[in-house]
Design a protein around this ligand. Sequence first.
Ligand code: MN
Length: 233
Amino acid sequence: MGYVIPIWSVTSVPVAGSSDTFPVRRIYCVGRNYAAHAREMGFDPDREPPFFFTKPADAIVVMSDPAKPTNVAYPPATKNLHHEMELVVAIGIGGADIKVEDALGHVFGYAAGLDMTRRDLQFAARDKGRPWDMGKGFDQSAPCGPIVPASESGHLSKGLIELKVNGAAKQKANLNELIWNVQETISYLSGLVRLEAGDLIYTGTPEGVGPVVKGDTLEGEIEGVGKFACKIV
Ligand code: MN
């Protein structure tokens, strides 16, 4: 028995300092997980339960070398493409109903990534009570740097998270400002879906999101995880 169409390759993200790669199964993203960003989007940052949306696994663009910006395509159908700098959690061991105190044991490692957003389409959908998918889950909407194993980085509860556009700092915050931290996010999400090895969780963006245009260079850094660079083309 064979496949009736050519089988595609599994999306994967390189593991930092290794020739190995992390196969990507699904991408979950947390909405409004920093208070100041919730406010800039027009919401009260009270600690309401986290909410989630998804992107296709093949929305990943691997940004392997911060010294050589990776091309990321400006997508169609938008006039307001925004950067959202985020800590990405790579799930190494799956599970359902994971307890907060057990959650970090399910983490393979961490990466720095971008939740690129067609803000005009997201807001149009939001205002009509429609799904965000076309604002969030488009081609090349999930650039991601190498994954650093937690065995090397340790687990991340604080540290700088920063994004520069053309050398100017646009987003700068600390991971300790996450409304729902990594273990709480994993615990909550695993109560909604069974998490599997290979899943990535984009944990939400701090304040300072804004538009990018073709030719812009984006440089991101998360303390303990490292740097990435990409160019919008
Ligand atoms: Mn986001």
